[in-house]
Write a protein that binds this ligand. Structure first.
Ligand SMILES: Cc1cc2nc3c(=O)[nH]c(=O)nc-3n(C[C@H](O)[C@H](O)[C@H](O)COP(=O)(O)O)c2cc1C
Length: 257
């Protein structure tokens, strides 16, 4: 009889088996394509943060024109090589989860709530036709309202004026904290400055910045209805431009130029 319980269970089991095989096959086979897309998107954000992306050319060739260097966060030193690490495949976010490759951020200093900071990071240098450094693009990350926001910020060659900011991963609410991706909000950043007299000063404020404010260049309009995400961005800038982040390297570059 076709309506026996055994047959019903067998058919259900076979359908489940076939579906799970299809899903596993797709997951395994699409993994490389997904990784490639993720890498491409990250490279696009690096180019966009540096305000150098040209949609007429492919992302990889533009990215390849950027110089990538390692930064030793303990010394602030920039190097082309570091103890056998491959600069192309080294992932500092993955390293930050490895106890041997990272350092715990002391609780009082962990304003961006990153918990561990990788010992070695990567920075991206843009040079002009004469070979002079024109911009530096730096990875940043920090907790928003819901999760860690990952992005890049670029500085002009005074190592203080912001050229652009981009986020490639976050879990903030669309329309609220998710407005970190809004081109109008991102356009408020170029020209703003991080340090005032060597003090890390930049803040994302609540509301709009008054154009007559004497600190206009050190303040960015807040995201409306998203004070916590805005505060998260202020905190991540404060952390990454402190001594634990890029400040020693930037000081050194300033002496050299
Ligand atoms: C469903 C929901 C999603 C929210 N998402 C965000 C968010 O992504 N970022 C944020 O800062 N606040 C978010 N908030 C609001 C915060 O809980 C908080 O009220 C807000 O940050 C205060 O900002 P305001 O002073 O600008 O109103 C959300 C609230 C709700 C109810």
């Amino acid at each position: 009889m076709n309506e026996s319980i055994t047959k019903t269970l067998l058919v259900s089991f076979l359908i489940c088996l076939i579906c799970s095989l299809v899903v596993s096959f797709a997951a395994v086979n699409l993994r490389d394509a997904q990784n490639k897309n993720r890498l491409n998107d990250q490279r696009l954000k690096i180019l966009q943060a540096g305000q150098i992306y040209n949609s007429n050319f492919d992302i990889k060739s533009q990215f390849d024109s950027i110089e990538v260097k390692f930064i030793n966060f303990q010394t602030g030193e920039l190097t082309d090589k570091y103890e056998g690490l491959s600069i192309d495949s080294y992932d500092q976010v993955v390293a930050s989860r490895d106890l041997l490759l990272s350092s715990k951020v002391p609780q009082g200093e962990d304003i961006a709530i990153i918990k561990n900071r990788e010992n070695i990071g990567k920075v991206y240098i843009v040079r002009d036709e004469l070979g002079n450094l024109s911009k530096i693009i730096l990875p940043i990350r920090g907790f928003g309202l819901w999760a860690t926001m990952f992005g890049y910020i670029s500085l002009e060659n005074d190592f203080n004026t912001i050229a652009g900011i981009e986020f490639y991963q976050h879990k903030e609410t669309p329309g609220l904290g998710g407005e970190v991706d809004n081109p109008k909000w991102k356009s408020l950043w170029p020209g703003k400055k991080i340090y005032d007299e060597n003090q890390n000063t930049l803040k994302v404020i609540k509301g709009k910045v008054d154009p007559d404010d004497s600190m206009y260049f050190y303040k960015v309009d807040g995201l409306s209805g998203a004070t916590l995400t805005s505060r998260g961005i202020t905190n991540m800038i404060e952390y990454w431009f402190s001594e634990s982040g890029y400040s020693s390297m930037l000081k050194e570059l300033n002496y050299e130029s």
